[in-house]
Design a protein around this ligand. Structure first.
Ligand code: SAM
Ligand code: SF4
Ligand code: SF4
Length: 352
């Protein structure tokens, strides 16, 4: 069998129950964060006595690399490191260097990216780029210091994030995506200023609908500003048009400025569910695998890691979990089905 045929066979073997191929793995390397974004880690819940994982309880770099290697053999093309705040994990550049060596069955390197709140990026961007990181996504919810503080509940400033973005660009970690969660009445006045700031920058600003992830953020539907509304507000100031692209694996819808100032994107998980193209699994820092952002229990991969010399058990477990997958949470929410939130895993645990 040629390499391409072997890869095709692996992909076909790994269709889930809704016919979706396995393509992306998100790896959450830590459940801690130096921000307390109210929409993700409200301080009342994630306070000083919150039982975060201790370092020895987390998957080791050896275990993460081993799991990622098996995923690559099963057709995964993209790895994204996330958290919590992934840059708080010690020696994260060493993990990046090892993941950068992994190959798809046809020999192609994996697309290796990382999502961060950006404040530790100025110090780490160069090392991450040298280690082999392909690109970086930086979350930034406001330019105004007051609004930024209200969204993130931290003493860090937007300037620190902007310095991180500049450092990432200087290090060659582009195209940089800037993710902005939009919350009605909290940072909606930042939509146009953020658009203005990142026009002509070469970075792609992406507006994210506020989601009902986890069980602690007290999400209310009336705090969501639909992407259509966000686009309309941008369009008034800076006219835009859609960019066409294939559906499978797509999360953001892309738009471009008519005057050539670049692109923006919208991630509309509330008003326009994209479960049909969801080709993603999420690995928690504890070794549990989640088939949906809105999952509850996850599947523990640690037992399959016991035999250090044989990946067969691990490969079988992952393949079984994927083939049994039938999640379409956002579609269910959109169709008005009642949703239970209590036992849902937190976004700060499994990453965005
Ligand atoms: N700490 C890193 C960061 O903020 O980029 C990585 C982890 S964070 C959980 C990943 C992404 O999830 C961020 O872009 C964040 O804005 C997004 N996010 C967290 N809670 C969200 C929510 N309730 N709705 C929409 N996006 C959310
Ligand atoms: Fe931390 Fe990211 Fe969650 Fe904000 S969104 S609290 S930066 S994990
Ligand atoms: Fe994927 Fe679940 Fe989100 Fe649907 S709700 S797009 S299945 S993570």
């Amino acid at each position: 069998m040629t390499r391409a045929a072997a890869r095709e066979a692996a992909a076909v073997a790994a269709l889930d129950r809704r016919g979706r191929p396995l393509r992306d793995l998100r790896i959450s390397v830590i459940d801690r964060c130096n921000f307390r974004c109210a929409y993700c880690m409200p301080r009342e819940v994630f306070g000083a006595d919150y039982p975060f994982m201790l370092a020895p309880e987390r998957l080791s770099f050896d275990q993460i690399v081993r799991i990622a290697r098996v995923f690559a053999s099963l057709g995964v093309e993209k790895l994204r490191l996330t958290g919590g705040e992934p840059l708080m994990r010690k020696h994260i550049d060493q993990l990046v260097a090892r993941l950068a060596e992994l190959r798809q069955p046809d020999g192609t390197p994996l697309d290796l990216t990382l999502t961060t709140n950006g404040v530790l990026l100025a110090r780490q961007a160069r090392g991450l780029a040298d280690a082999g990181l392909s690109r970086v996504t930086v979350s930034m919810d406001a330019l105004s210091p007051e609004v930024f503080a209200r969204m993130t509940d931290t003493a860090f400033t937007p300037d620190q994030v902007l310095r991180g973005i500049d450092a990432a660009a200087d290090a060659g970690l582009g195209t940089i995506h800037i993710n902005m969660v939009v919350r009605a009445g909290v940072n909606e006045d930042q939509i146009v200023p953020m658009a203005r700031r990142f026009r002509h920058s070469g970075h792609v600003l992406r507006f994210i609908e506020y989601m009902d992830v986890g069980a602690t953020n007290g999400w209310r539907r009336d705090e969501v500003i639909a992407s259509a509304e966000v686009l309309a507000r941008v369009h008034v100031e800076f006219p835009i048009e859609p960019v066409e692209e294939p559906a499978m694996g797509r999360v953001a819808r892309r738009w471009r400025y008519l005057d050539g100032a670049g692109e923006i994107g919208v991630i509309s998980s509330v008003t326009e569910a994209f479960c049909g193209g969801c080709t993603r699994l999420r690995l928690g820092p504890d070794g549990r695998l989640y088939t949906c952002l809105f999952g509850t229990q996850g599947h523990d991969l640690r037992p399959a890691l016991h035999d250090e010399h044989d990946d067969t058990g691990l490969t079988d477990s992952i393949g079984r979990i994927w083939r049994a997958r039938h999640d379409n949470y956002s579609e269910q929410r959109a169709s008005g089905q009642p949703m239970i939130r209590e036992s849902r895993v937190e976004m700060s645990f499994i990453g965005g």
